[in-house]
Design a protein around this ligand. Structure first.
Ligand code: MG
Length: 367
């Protein structure tokens, strides 16, 4: 099988809440997402999506994604998309770094491999654990009462796991965490995610002030080294996210005892080929995972679903529901939200069919 054409689409997905504020005054009002379609000489097409949380979250941005794909794609015409590692090698030879650029292409190749094999991507990634996925709700940074209200609204529709966006003023964050914790029900899980927003002295104050609460702390500070100093000053279970961007960082973090869990974003590490490698390493090392991406719509939801579904339940700390922050549907067959859970397709590949009328005209086509 050979790749004959790569088409790139840009879709703007407005957020239902209008605004999503994740840390230190940084927010978005829509997902600027990139969807890639790969055509082959076998008549099988594959689809992938890459979406960043705006340009200020990770060293990645939407326009860069599309420009990068246009740079890489000519090197892939004629390659066999079912040879996922070989395609990745070609991408790495054509463009050093920039894993977010490679994400949608890589995921589309997995979709093609699944369709060619007659197997779902979750089966290709190792097999399916459980029937569906319990999701968490990320709670946009707001006043303590408003955050508690959003938790209550989502508890009422089946959610039992919540990620509080903190990483602002330390005193405000202590109030946010304590206010939400006051209402928690047995069995609920709460992660306070600072998204790199605190300096170590601020993080030290927050973890001390909430030391009596059964909560997780996620990525308090910008760098790995800063996070490690906070880790050594708290006994809260500890999640690293933004700084866990490679196999090397997982190995280093494990050796240092720097985390109990990581937040694995498929787009940050460059697609399913790399995410699977990191997931498998974490399972081998006893490191739990939050499995997600930085945003996107139906195709990204399906992709995250397959990676999460193929991860043993014991290792799933959280699975994102961020796709349901938008109501613009870009594909049929994608997971839907049901009582705080989503089920992943058992159809071949990712199990989705894009809505071409929503995708519109391609941004660029390489053939
Ligand atoms: Mg995080």
């Amino acid at each position: 099988m050979k790749i004959t054409k790569i088409s790139v689409y840009r879709v703007e997905l407005p957020l239902v809440a209008g605004n999503y504020n994740w840390s230190f005054g940084r927010f978005i009002t829509s997902y600027d997402t990139t969807i890639v379609g790969i055509d082959t000489d076998a008549g099988i097409a594959g689809w992938g999506e890459a979406c960043q949380l705006g340009p200020a979250y990770l060293p990645a941005y939407a326009a860069g994604t599309r420009t990068g794909i246009a740079e890489v794609a000519p090197h892939l015409i004629g390659a066999d998309p079912t040879e996922t590692e070989h395609v990745y090698w070609r991408m790495d030879m054509a463009l050093k770094g920039h894993p977010y650029v490679k994400t949608a292409i890589d995921n589309a190749c997995w979709d093609i491999l699944g369709k060619a094999a007659g197997l779902s991507v979750s089966v290709l990634l190792g097999g399916r654990y459980g029937d569906d996925l319990a999701l968490y709700r990320s709670i946009s940074q707001d006043t303590p009462d408003n955050m508690a209200k959003e938790v209550a609204e989502h508890r009422a529709i089946g959610f039992a796991a919540f990620q509080l966006k903190v990483g602002g003023d330390a005193d405000d964050d202590i109030a946010r965490i304590r206010r939400v914790a006051a209402d928690l029900k047995p069995g609920e899980r709460v992660v306070a995610d600072a998204n790199t927003g605190w300096l170590p002295h601020q993080a030290a104050r927050v973890v001390r002030a909430v030391s009596d609460l059964d909560i997780y702390i996620e990525q308090p500070c910008l760098t790995y080294e800063e996070c490690l100093t906070v880790r050594r000053r708290t006994d809260h279970p500890f999640v690293l996210d933004e700084c866990m961007d490679s196999v090397e960082m997982i190995v280093r973090g494990h050796a240092d005892g720097a985390m109990d869990a990581i937040n694995l974003k498929i787009g940050r590490v460059g697609g399913l080929t790399r995410a699977r490698q990191i997931r498998d390493l974490c399972v081998s090392l006893g490191i739990a995972l939050t499995i997600e991406d930085s945003g996107g719509g139906d195709i990204a939801a399906a992709t995250v679903g397959h990676l999460a579904q193929s991860t043993p339940e014991k290792f799933r700390l959280m699975v994102t529901s961020n796709y349901f922050k938008t109501e613009l549907r870009t594909a049929d067959g994608a997971p839907t939200l049901d009582n705080g859970r989503m089920a992943t397709s058992t159809e071949p590949g990712l199990g989705i069919q894009p809505r071409m009328e929503v995708l519109g005209d391609p941004f660029v086509v390489i053939a």
